[in-house]
Design a protein around this ligand. Structure first.
Ligand code: ASP
Length: 352
């Protein structure tokens, strides 16, 4: 009798342990399922900060959404197939430079002298190598010339005449300067000139300048993290409408408008270039993360909403883990993001 009771007791205990083990295994599996898997690759694209999507026509909204979708898909395909982040950002920016809707390549804004002077930069976060060009007028895709400055010279930034001579020595497509001109941009420049004239008169009368809200112009940029863990950033622009002779914005200034460091993050900016230069905006985000322990979200929001207070713009960023942040303080900034975990979004402004 005693033996039977002992055997029953033993069987009960064994059964209980098995049930408990099963429950623990189940819990473990559940928590494994809950943990999001590591991002293998990620990509973000912007089509420039400024303007208010609520005032854009349906056609403008549709075409901007379509261009952002196409752009992010070009980069995503390269990354999904194991390509490099450098190739992805260059190809995305080339596509946007060729699209006259954006202020980069064809469709760039006009200078005060009625020309189109283009700036672009690219950075390889795996080795901190970077290349940039400023004030070029005959290079169809300035971003590709910027990449050649990075790979074919020991320099970082080549400007105007020098950059054109370098282009003569490289295999890059050249165009007549008229290729970049579009009617819409000419009209924009005429409006900007009128405002400048009014402001000159107001200043002479001791009145404050009229501050026009930063309107949409369409600088372009792309940041990517590839399957090899490398970050890259690229930005291209015609700069600010009605800009003075020789003006260079933040885009080709490494650390201001463009930056990438595998150990931290990659960034491409858009907005009032002078202010981004004054604050080394892109590098500031990286420094806040590196030395201040801030997350990508915290650092990028601090720069856009606190540091740049009063000046308009935005940025797109990816950190080394594949986290994404795209803050802007204007009403609009066409942008797109995708990653290997199924993220895919395309947006125009803040109201969505
Ligand atoms: N940041 C560019 C520049 O100042 C302009 C822009 O992003 O709209 O040249």
């Amino acid at each position: 009798m005693k033996t039977t009771r002992f055997l029953f007791g033993l069987m009960f205990l064994l059964g209980l342990t098995a049930t408990l083990n099963k429950a623990t295994a189940h819990e473990e599996k559940k928590s494994e399922e809950k943990k999001p898997s590591k991002v293998e690759y990620a990509i973000v694209v912007h089509g420039g900060a400024g303007g208010n999507p609520a005032s854009w026509s349906d056609r403008q909204k549709e075409t901007r959404i379509a261009a952002m979708t196409e752009a992010v898909n070009i980069g995503k395909k390269i990354l999904a197939e194991g390509g490099t982040s450098l190739d992805a950002v260059e190809q995305v920016v080339r596509y946007l430079e060729n699209n006259p809707m954006f202020n980069a390549g064809r469709g760039a804004v006009f200078t005060a002298a009625g020309k189109n002077e283009l700036d672009a930069a690219i950075m390889d976060g795996s080795n901190m190598k970077c290349g940039a060009v400023a004030g070029v007028t005959t290079v169809k895709n300035p971003i590709s010339l910027a990449r050649k400055v990075m790979t074919e010279t020991k320099h970082v930034l080549l400007i105007s005449g020098g950059a054109e001579t370098f282009a003569d020595e490289m295999e890059v497509e050249r165009v007549d300067p008229d290729y970049f001109k579009t009617r819409g941009r000419k009209e924009e420049q005429e409006r900007a000139q009128e405002i400048d004239k009014i402001n000159a008169q107001r200043l002479a009368q001791g009145l404050p300048e009229l501050k026009e809200k930063y309107s949409y112009v369409g600088t372009v940029g792309c940041v990517a993290l590839d399957k090899h863990g490398n970050l890259a950033a690229a930005t291209s622009t015609g700069g600010m409408s009605n800009k003075k002779y020789g003006r260079v914005g933040d885009v080709p200034i490494i650390g201001a408008g463009t930056f990438a460091d595998n150990r931290i993050c990659g960034i491409s900016c858009t907005g009032h270039g002078e202010e981004f230069i004054r604050h080394s905006a892109a590098h500031e985000v990286s420094a806040m993360m590196k030395y201040g322990g801030k997350s990508l979200q915290e650092a990028s929001n601090a720069v856009i909403h606190e540091t740049l207070k009063g000046f308009d713009g935005g940025m797109i960023c990816i950190d080394k883990e594949g986290n994404i942040s795209m803050p802007f303080n204007t009403r609009g900034m066409p942008r797109a993001a995708a990653d290997s975990n199924g993220l895919f979004e395309v947006k125009l402004g803040i109201e969505e």
